[in-house]
Ligand binder design. Structure first.
Ligand SMILES: [Fe+2]
Ligand SMILES: [Fe+2]
Length: 162
């Protein structure tokens, strides 16, 4: 699969995982028990971390070779850092409650902002530069990297939870 299509699909999966730990509307209590909340937060964190690790390992170094992309890539690294900090705070104490709901909202809004930077700016830019065939090859690399990191993250977070 084309690298950009893979990442776009994965953004949707992460959005869905955010929804799975968010109230249906502001102020409405979460209708899931503590154990479910914790395991969904862990899966969200593992998936999120695998996604950004795969981008930093495969995608950003490749796109960073083009002058037109460098400012955007620097901005994307910075957005990863900000979202990662909030996700770690959440992972350190995944007890359902107002404080955690606020952290999820914060991480979700940072993530939404970030995927707009990628999809509306970075991806549009690289589409003009990188050939379709090359984007397909890159797709296989980013998918492999993502799967490897997802497995590692699930194992690492699973150990912490045990
Ligand atoms: Fe992304
Ligand atoms: Fe990203």
């Amino acid at each position: 699969m084309d690298a950009l299509d893979f990442l776009r699909n994965d953004h949707e999966r992460i959005r869905f995982l955010f929804q799975s730990v968010s109230p249906s509307a502001p102020g409405v209590p979460l209708k899931i028990d503590a154990a479910t909340f914790k395991s969904r937060c862990t899966e969200l964190h593992a998936h999120f971390e695998a996604h950004i690790k795969a981008e930093e390992e495969v995608i950003y170094p490749f796109f960073g070779k083009f002058d037109e992309c460098q400012t955007l890539i620097t901005q994307c690294y910075d957005e990863h850092r900000q979202a990662r900090t909030v996700m770690e705070q959440l992972q350190n104490n995944p007890i359902p409650g107002d404080a955690q709901i606020r952290l999820i909202e914060k991480a979700r809004s940072l993530f939404d902002h970030h995927i707009r930077s990628e999809e509306d700016e970075l991806f549009v830019q690289v589409r003009k530069i990188v050939a379709r065939k090359e984007m397909e090859d890159l797709g296989r690399l980013v998918e492999d990297s993502f799967k490897k990191h997802l497995e590692n993250m699930r194992r690492e977070f699973g150990k912490k939870a045990a």
